[in-house]
Design a protein around this ligand. Structure first.
Ligand SMILES: [Zn+2]
Length: 101
């Protein structure tokens, strides 16, 4: 994938796994927008470095959402019984998998 502008700015983002963990911990939802995946954060402050990670890893996060990956499941507690191991240490949430577009 082509990387745009290898400036200092681009380094100031969280690694994808940490960004997704932060998003979960804060109860923030991932949603689709005209720019790709975006964060639904009407009332929740979220670190800028996590926001940057969402922009930076947009394609990856979108792919994970389409797969219904546990890391991007918005309701892991509610969906717990539907989460299954998909091999290679990957977990899929069957509810999210079904509603993924
Ligand atoms: Zn789910």
């Amino acid at each position: 994938m082509a990387r745009k502008g290898g400036s200092i700015m681009s380094q100031r983002h969280m690694p994808i796994d940490r960004a997704l963990a932060t998003i979960r911990e804060r109860g923030v939802f991932l949603c689709y927008s005209e720019h790709g995946v975006d964060l639904w954060t009407p009332h929740t402050p979220i670190p800028v470095s996590a926001r940057r990670a969402v922009v930076k890893f947009n394609q990856e996060i979108q792919a994970m959402m389409k797969q219904g990956r546990m890391e991007v499941c918005p309701s892991r507690d509610l969906h717990r019984q539907y989460i299954r191991h998909a091999g290679q240490g990957q977990y899929i949430c069957e509810i999210c998998e079904q509603i993924a577009v």
